[in-house]
Design a protein around this ligand. Structure first.
Ligand SMILES: Cc1cc2nc3c(=O)[nH]c(=O)nc-3n(C[C@H](O)[C@H](O)[C@H](O)COP(=O)(O)OP(=O)(O)OC[C@H]3O[C@@H](n4cnc5c(N)ncnc54)[C@H](O)[C@@H]3O)c2cc1C
Length: 347
């Protein structure tokens, strides 16, 4: 394994926050193409003393906000210079599904691109989500009406406490809204391989309003898989900060679920407020209506095209992001009686 002390995390988190970690360990070897090399490094890791200080597995750092230097060990799959992770057609092939086994460090968007190339269906709505497949499982990432849970067959993970290995079925992963067993038991599991279950037949999911509206606007009645991928990608980047220009962690808050009484009262008072099944509200709408869209506090800001996204307006610290989030949270609570919870992981 590659071990670096006092390592700058600026390039390891998409917010671009300039902090350092006491130690970063890179586990070498593509988990699929070079499993012996990878497992050799895992064994080295398990024999080492990493558990004596705080530790955490990280992916591409697109959902993390570091508020200060990390006084422990960050563990990352892959070498410091990333050469990709494997995907293969190995696995079963039945009447309805094709199965793809993927190394945890495969980028989620790259995996969508490959699935479109193979004409394996079901991932296209997850186009352009930053981060890798291992973390996509941890977070149960979702967009445009599809979540990771819809396409996971099994997840292989290493127990960092006992050193054992375990394969989880999708049900055992306990997926929920931006959560899973791996998030609930943070620090225990290192996911190294994921088996995806994709459809042989194309049944596009076009329920998400913005996607349906855009297809209609373009006069596309029956889109191809590639068209869905392209439109989702365009829609996303028209609303989100480009990572190469402004750092962010995507949606900073989860969409809150409130009780029936509060949902009904708010809808009466604000008839234009989006209200989704299960009394789920739009955090972006609440933040916008609380007057925060486009504003900055210190060097952190609320993205002018999507109020759910907090961004680095230039040299911001993690503490400034947290201060901004707290100010927003307070105003939303005061105005609507709704408590916002972060989706991003604050460290
Ligand atoms: C511009 C932008 C847009 C985004 N849009 C979306 C969106 O539409 N939908 C959505 O759901 N999310 C979105 N996100 C959030 C983010 O992309 C996802 O949460 C993504 O899955 C994080 O992947 P990562 O590799 O960067 O993980 P990290 O941020 O590095 O880590 C996330 C979590 O996963 C854990 N982890 C990472 N790898 C492993 C592993 N191998 N084993 C065990 N635990 C692991 C970490 O400990 C951490 O708890 C967006 C982010 C950005 C910056």
């Amino acid at each position: 394994m590659e071990i670096y002390d006092n390592y700058s995390l600026k390039g390891l988190n998409t917010f671009g926050i300039d902090v350092r970690a006491r130690r970063v360990i890179f586990l070498r070897g593509s988990t699929l193409d070079e499993p012996f090399r990878f497992m050799y490094d895992v064994e080295e890791l398990l024999k080492s003393d990493f558990r004596q200080a705080p530790y955490m597995v990280i992916g591409e750092g697109s959902n993390l906000v570091f508020t200060k230097d990390y006084e422990g060990t960050l563990i990352k799959i892959g070498e410091a210079v990333f050469h990709g992770d494997g995907s293969s057609r190995r696995g079963d092939n039945d009447v309805h599904y094709r199965y793809l086994t993927v190394g945890a460090r495969m980028l989620t968007d790259e995996m969508v691109r490959i699935s479109v190339g193979y004409k394996y269906y079901g991932m296209e709505n997850l186009s352009a989500i930053p981060g890798n497949i291992g973390a996509a499982v941890v977070q149960n990432v979702g967009a445009y009406g599809v979540e990771m849970k819809d396409i996971v067959e099994t997840v292989d993970a290493i127990d960092l406490m006992s050193g054992g290995q375990r394969s989880f079925t999708a049900e055992e992963c306990a997926f929920g809204y931006r959560t899973s067993l791996f998030k609930q038991q943070a620090g225990r599991w290192l996911i190294w391989r994921v088996k995806l279950r994709l459809n042989k037949e194309f049944r596009p999911i076009l329920t998400y309003k913005a996607l349906a509206d855009e297809l209609q606007r373009r006069g596309i009645g029956e889109p191809t898989q590639q068209q869905v991928r392209d439109i989702v990608t365009e829609l996303r980047w028209s609303k989100l900060p480009r990572p190469e220009e402004y750092g962010s962690a995507g949606s900073f808050f989860k969409n809150p679920v409130v009780d029936e009484v509060l949902a009904t009262n708010l809808k009466k008072e604000y008839p234009d407020m989006p209200l989704y099944p299960g009394n789920k509200l739009s955090a972006g709408w609440l933040i916008d209506r609380a007057g925060w869209k486009g504003r900055t506090l210190g060097h952190a800001g609320v993205w002018p095209k999507q109020a759910l996204v907090l961004y680095n307006a230039g040299g911001c610290t993690g503490q400034e992001v947290v201060d901004l989030a707290q100010a927003i949270k307070k105003d939303v609570k005061q105005k609507f009686g709704v408590t916002l919870e972060p989706e991003a992981i604050i460290i």
